[in-house]
Design a protein. Structure first.
Length: 235
């Protein structure tokens, strides 16, 4: 996969990874600071994209154009949309879509971007399998689920909206960047996987839960990224 891009929306999601890099060079573009070097024995570029789909899409394209990455891992946190997926657990994307795209008037499915040949953007099968095998080792106290990541420029803290995202879009978790990264990876023909540690239940208690469990969730996602890179370095 050559060089791997690692994107987190917030500084808290990437600061530990950046601190562990060696042979680092940095560059700022589009208001984002790109850290290029070695991480866990792998050539990597780690970057905080900022929150939201536009930031995430721009960040991914810079990684492709300026750093020639062969794959991208998007690490972060999300709200659970399913009862069995609890705070602290991790969702690994099977695919991702943007739930705030609505062009049903022209016979597109909810979430489908017009004139795209897919409803949801698939994750790389090798990266999915790698994440699953590693998570059991580095996060033995939690569960991992495969599922659909649904993204939109909105923090979900409403029970009715949660039900809609589950029923209409078959979402496993909701957040604000992953599908944009997956779309950019799809268009550029590179592998992608979204890793989401659950920080809240995406309902009326979401804001309170987020503040309480954010650090724990980030720790789990960072552990997973580190473990994946370590295993890749041995292959």
């Amino acid at each position: 996969m050559n060089r791997i891009g690692i994107i987190g929306a917030m500084e808290e999601e990437v600061s530990r990874l950046k601190a562990e890099m060696s042979a680092v060079t940095t560059r700022t573009k589009a208001g984002m600071e790109f850290f290029k070097g070695r991480l866990c024995g792998v050539e990597a570029v780690v970057v905080r994209s900022g929150i939201g789909k536009v930031n995430a899409g721009i960040c991914t394209q810079i990684l492709v154009d300026d750093y020639g990455i062969g794959a991208v891992i998007n690490t972060g946190i999300a709200g659970s949309l399913r009862n069995e997926i609890n705070i602290g657990d991790i969702v690994v994307s099977e695919d991702a879509l943007q739930y705030d795209v609505h062009v049903e008037a022209f016979d597109y499915a909810p979430g489908q971007i017009p004139r795209m040949d897919t409803l949801a953007f698939p994750a790389d099968k090798r990266l999915i399998a790698l994440a699953e095998s590693v998570c059991k080792e580095v996060n033995p106290d939690i569960r991992m689920y495969r599922g659909r990541v649904v993204s939109g420029d909105r923090f979900i803290s409403d029970h009715e909206m949660k039900k809609e995202l589950r029923a209409v879009y078959n979402g496993s978790c909701a957040e604000m960047e992953g599908a944009a990264i997956a779309q950019a990876a799809y268009l550029n023909g590179i592998g992608c996987v979204i890793l989401r540690a659950i920080s809240d239940k995406a309902d009326d208690s979401a804001a309170e839960d987020y503040d309480t469990f954010e650090k724990k969730a980030i720790r789990h996602s960072v552990n997973l990224v580190r473990g994946m890179l370590q295993k890749l370095s041995r292959e």
